[in-house]
Design a protein around this ligand. Structure first.
Ligand code: MN
Length: 427
């Protein structure tokens, strides 16, 4: 397999990039956008410049890489992702060469630049993949422990299966939306504390879940599993993911079959898929797994990633407050284990499937990844910098999540997923 040439920390680009940008030439994420010309296409990004990959292909800049015609002139990345890891890597390496400050080929061709390059303000980002299946795990031990303490038994917060199985459920893929698509407060049934019958109405416990999701490549045929040690070949990249949750609806409905309408009204994701290759320099060891797992879940080496995460809450017309700072490295179960478990029964996966981590809470209260935990089930309101208090999300609040890696040498980021919660639709 080709080397990770695109990760060379010494490389800089002839496209300007600020020090604080999430998108240096070492990132080269993949996304889908529409520009003034009304053509939907796939692209990458350096600094605040968006690069049309279909135009680069037409102009011959990917010659020598085995790519189908028009693989980039698509309204999603699924066909490209299905080509597999060697192709993802070859394209990223070619982009790194092409935009290297010492390469004059495109740098000196303003005619081609005018065709292929856009400023971020000139484009609208769209869903980068068609998600045929969405799975949500529950892999943060801090989150699972907090929820168990609140809703079950503080002395036995984790259920007996939790350290043996990367617990998950099948979510709703049709309602996954991109950053900037606002969502209405969901309506549903909830059982008020002490009441003897449920009521119907807008959720009164609207919550976010700070998560990340990985996007899979094309899997194996139905019946065949992906082993933990080969999982990296089947994971394309990651996004920041807000798995919205209506806690009152969820609490009433979830026994015995799990989450349903409390979750399916919407999930939000950041628009740029950062490849696992780009994240390679930020690998770290995960937490100690103190219960021996079955052999199919055993992994060795560094399988977690040091990805800094934050959640900002912005009331309508006011300034925002960062209410949580967490990190993806806290995850108890890693992606290899999640994918190995997901497929161990022979379940197939497709290019573009979305697998979310579960709420990523850290060990301290300021690192909790949901309002449920930050306000401890509504008992301890949090105070924003504006003086406003919150237990859950109110109408017209905006929730913005950001993720980035920074090892003191190169910063690689995901941008943000930002969503306003609109009032429930009256009908
Ligand atoms: Mn979730």
């Amino acid at each position: 397999m080709a080397q990770l040439l695109a990760n060379d920390p010494k490389r800089s680009s002839w496209i300007p990039v600020s020090n604080q940008s999430d998108f240096p030439i070492q990132n080269l994420p993949f996304g889908v956008f529409i520009a003034d010309d009304d053509i939907i296409t796939t692209g990458t990004r350096i600094g605040n410049t968006v690069i049309d990959l279909s135009v680069l292909q037409q102009l011959g800049y990917f010659n020598g890489i085995d790519l189908p015609d028009d693989v980039f002139l698509q309204d999603n990345l699924n066909d490209f992702i299905a080509l597999g890891r060697p192709t993802w890597r070859a394209v990223r390496n070619r982009l790194a060469e092409l935009f290297d400050e010492n390469n004059e080929t495109l740098k000196s061709n303003t005619h081609h630049q005018n065709k292929a390059l856009f400023l971020i303000e000139q484009v609208q980002m769209l869903m980068p993949v068609f998600v045929s299946d969405y799975t949500d795990f529950y892999s943060s031990i801090e989150h699972a422990t907090n929820v168990g303490k609140m809703f079950r038994d503080p002395d036995n917060a984790l259920l007996p299966n939790w350290k043996h199985i990367p617990v998950g459920y099948h979510g709703r893929s049709s309602s996954i939306v991109i950053s900037g698509v606002d969502l209405h407060r969901p309506k549903g049934q909830r059982m008020a504390p002490g009441a003897d019958a449920p009521t119907f109405g807008p959720s009164v416990r609207m919550d976010f879940e700070l998560e990340m999701a990985f996007i899979t490549g094309e899997g194996k045929a139905l019946g065949h599993r992906i082993k933990a040690e080969e999982a990296d070949e089947y994971i394309f990249g990651m996004v920041v993911f807000n798995d919205w949750s209506a806690r009152d609806i969820q609490k009433w409905e979830y026994v015995p079959l799990g989450p349903f309408l409390g979750k399916s009204f919407g999930s939000s994701m950041s628009p740029w898929i950062v490849t696992m290759d780009a994240l390679e320099p930020y690998k770290v060891a995960g937490p100690l797994q103190d219960v021996k797992v079955l052999p199919y879940l055993e992994t060795t080496g560094e399988n977690n990633y040091d990805i800094k995460l934050e959640v900002e809450l912005t009331p309508e017309g006011k300034s925002g407050t960062v209410i949580s700072r967490s990190n993806y490295k806290y995850m108890y179960w890693n992606q290899r284990q999640q994918l190995a478990h997901h497929t161990v029964n022979g379940c197939n996966i497709n290019a573009g499937d979305m697998m979310a981590s579960g709420t990523i809470s850290g060990p301290t209260k300021d690192s909790y990844g949901s309002m449920l935990e930050l306000s401890w089930s509504g008992k301890e309101p949090i105070t924003l910098d504006t003086g406003d208090t919150r237990t859950f999300i109110e109408d017209n609040d905006r929730v913005t999540m950001r993720g980035w890696c920074d090892n003191g040498s190169i910063r690689i980021g995901f941008g943000e997923v930002s969503t306003t919660v609109l009032p429930a639709i009256q009908d």
